[in-house]
Design a protein around this ligand. Structure first.
Ligand code: C2O
Ligand code: CU
Length: 389
């Protein structure tokens, strides 16, 4: 760590061993200035992931400390386009160009989530992407912002969504815009269709993420797209069936309700899960071998992107194309259910809202995954070292 403050690194979405999860208080202490920590793990799942600090994270991520990880899938269909990673974020700057303090806006900033006024694509303001008409690109879009939702639109274009957090979904889907909420990833095919020699603009559109988030907000420029002056090429057909996604069997699942809550009291904002902020919460205990269904209820006035460490889940909603996820948006005044298989890697994990300002004021829970119960025919604790069969 050559920073003046301690971070950790969390490998968002990657199924790492528990001790590599980068969660202070659960798996490791923060890495002091001048100190070091060796992260060592195997990448087991294809998909688009990212890494970011998990200590003082709203401030550190808000200042740009993060990076992408792409794990390619050797079995995926060919011809999904030229690959491009788009890391989306924003920065809060003062008039003089200096960074705004991490707690700008006080309690209101905590409540609303701090969106920076300067939009960045791969760390740049309004960069230019050169494309050739008809030549498909596959965009792996990562939302690394501390609070901002990204809804991308390009005039006269649609996109084909391929999947997201953990690689391809079961089927491709034709979509009008690309919505990616904090922490999430979206994988889309973009087919340039503008006249050669023209310039268009990929725009950020305001999205309803709750109270006042749509009010009086213009759209903004994100990425200039320049169609080079070359004859168009014929776009390739994108397959509909992309990957076999096994459905989680929930017939014997353990059920839990997780209410995302906000309490406003004495000029303070306290968020929590079932009314309890993380600093007062006891760990939810689960066991390796169990399948869970968590009903995530959001009765608040804000949307919250719900993220689970260590395990993928499936959203139980027949209207969605099946896919493996680690972060899902729960719009204001709505609920959804997710199915999780705690199949391995016992240890202390966590789950939280990925609006990092919200996580800071309490929407975060601890999860203790206990080792599997010993098989019934082997009474526990009476193993003799000389036991033979
Ligand atoms: Cu990307 Cu606990 O976070
Ligand atoms: Cu939130």
């Amino acid at each position: 760590n050559s920073l003046p403050e301690p971070p950790t690194i969390h490998w968002h979405g990657v199924r790492v061993p528990n001790e590599m999860d980068g969660a202070p208080g659960h798996t490791q202490p923060p890495i002091e200035p001048g100190g070091e920590f060796r992260y060592e793990f195997t990448l087991r799942d294809s998909g688009t992931y990212w890494y970011h600090p998990h200590f003082n994270s709203s401030a550190q991520v808000g200042r740009g400390l993060y990076g992408p990880i792409v794990v390619e899938d050797p079995n995926e269909p060919e011809g999904l386009g030229d690959e491009l990673v788009l890391v989306l974020s924003d920065l809060g700057l003062q008039e003089n160009g200096e960074l705004l303090p991490a707690d700008t806006g006080g309690k209101f900033g905590d409540l609303f989530g701090r969106e920076g006024g300067v939009l960045l694509v791969n760390g740049k303001i309004e960069p230019t992407l050169k494309v050739r008409a008809g030549k498909q690109q596959r965009w792996r879009v990562i939302n690394a912002a501390r609070a901002r939702y990204y809804n991308l639109r390009l005039r006269d274009h649609r996109f084909i969504r391929l999947g997201g957090d953990s690689g391809l979904a079961a089927r491709s889907e034709d979509v009008y815009g690309v919505l990616v909420t904090p922490g999430e990833r979206t994988d889309v095919v973009f087919t340039p269709a503008s006249e050669p020699g023209t310039r268009t603009m990929l725009r950020w559109m305001p999205t309803d993420r709750g109270y006042g988030s749509m009010f009086n907000r213009p759209s903004e420029n994100m990425l200039a797209i320049e169609t080079v002056d070359l004859p168009p090429v014929a776009p390739l057909p994108i397959p509909t069936e992309l990957r076999e996604i096994r459905r989680v069997d929930t017939s014997t699942a353990v059920h839990h309700d997780m209410a995302l809550t906000i309490q406003l009291a004495n000029n303070d904002v306290i968020m929590g899960i079932n009314g309890v902020p993380d600093w007062r919460a006891e760990a939810l205990q689960v066991r390796v071998g169990e399948t869970h269904v968590w009903r995530v209820v959001n009765d608040t006035d804000f949307a919250h992107p719900f993220h689970l460490h260590g395990y993928f889940f499936q959203v139980l909603d027949d209207a969605r194309v099946p896919e493996w996820k680690d972060t899902v948006n729960v719009p204001a005044k709505s609920e959804l259910s997710i199915a999780i298989e705690f199949d391995e890697r016992p240890g202390m994990w966590m789950y939280h809202c990925h609006i990092l300002d919200h996580a800071d004021v309490g929407i975060m829970g601890h999860l203790q995954v206990l080792p599997a119960r010993p098989p019934a025919d082997e009474p526990s604790g009476v193993h003799s070292p000389s036991h033979t069969r």
